[in-house]
Design a protein around this ligand. Structure first.
Ligand code: NAP
Length: 254
């Protein structure tokens, strides 16, 4: 795959939040393989160190910074360290999310509601407030939403609603950050990462998930990374304010 991969990000600097595993790691790896200097981050130093090691082993220029996205000091440090080392920011991928409860919306404790909005929506706004002064003409933001944004499933209804909010956030920020910065969104379908593991604990559940797609398979982190790389690249230079559903044909919208 590396031989055919384009090199659309040479000389570019990309920050990906929540990127020490799963979809965020996949996106960081893809941008790095395409030539970007990538900044990976998550809550735990050990995970950051391991991700940095893996990416370096693939020949990627990488900086690792601990950043819990709801910690203001750590968000500021992520941006400061990036700018100190690389001098600019070309791409920000806002990928962090929490899904702490399967409770119905009407049963959900206020503290759980607060956590969902804080991590899934507010942190995206705040990280972009910090990053925006260092973004310039031709830069790009990718927000990671979810297929559940379109039809929140019962067991993750409030999570789905926060992901719906990200579709609106994408539209609003595309206005505020244009014309210099494009802002787009990805709505992944089901990808068997740590985050989603509990939903496919057995073969029957896995088959049911696969059958919801038209392509008869679950998504991969590489599928999401390819879409993110496209939207962040100059190949998408006339696309802003849009959400790309990457879900194997799972029903979403017209
Ligand atoms: P994942 O494999 O569980 O990875 C989560 C990553 O986020 C880890 O690197 C984790 O590292 C980090 N993290 C967790 N909480 C964080 C926080 N508060 N601040 C900073 N980093 C944090 O998750 P994933 O499935 O790739 O999900 C990534 C995104 O895709 C989320 O926005 C999710 O909603 C979305 N999505 C996923 C699916 C799916 O099926 N997997 C479908 C649709 C949308 P630490 O533990 O070190 O913090």
């Amino acid at each position: 795959m590396d031989k055919t991969i384009p090199k659309r990000f040479e000389g570019k600097v990309a920050i990906v939040t929540a990127s020490t595993q799963g979809i965020g790691f996949g996106i960081a790896e893809r941008l790095g393989l395409e030539g970007a200097s990538v900044v990976v981050s998550s809550r735990r130093q050990k995970n950051v160190d391991e991700a940095v090691e893996k990416l370096r082993a693939r020949g990627i220029e990488v900086l690792g910074v601990v950043c819990h996205v709801s910690n203001a000091q750590q968000r500021k440090n992520l941006i400061d360290k990036t700018v100190q080392k690389y001098g600019k920011i070309d791409v920000v991928v806002s990928n962090a999310a929490a899904n702490p409860s399967v409770d119905a919306i009407l049963e959900m404790q206020e503290s759980v509601l607060d956590k969902l909005w804080e991590i899934n929506v507010k942190s995206s706004v705040l990280i972009l407030q910090d990053a925006a002064p260092y973004m310039h003409k031709g830069s790009s933001v990718i927000i990671i939403s979810s297929i559940t944004a379109y039809q929140p499933p019962a067991a993750m209804a409030m999570y789905g609603v926060t992901k719906t909010a990200l579709l609106g956030l994408t539209k609003a920020l595309a206005v505020e950050m244009g014309p210099n910065t494009r802002v787009n969104c990805i709505a992944p379908g089901f990808v068997p990462t740590h985050f989603a593991a509990s939903l496919i604990e057995n073969d029957i559940a896995r088959r049911a998930m696969e059958e919801k797609t038209l392509l008869n398979r679950l998504g991969t982190t590489q599928d999401m990374a390819a879409a993110a790389a496209f939207l962040a690249s100059d190949d998408a230079s006339y696309i802003t304010g849009e959400t790309l559903v990457v879900a194997g044909g799972t029903p979403s919208r017209l």
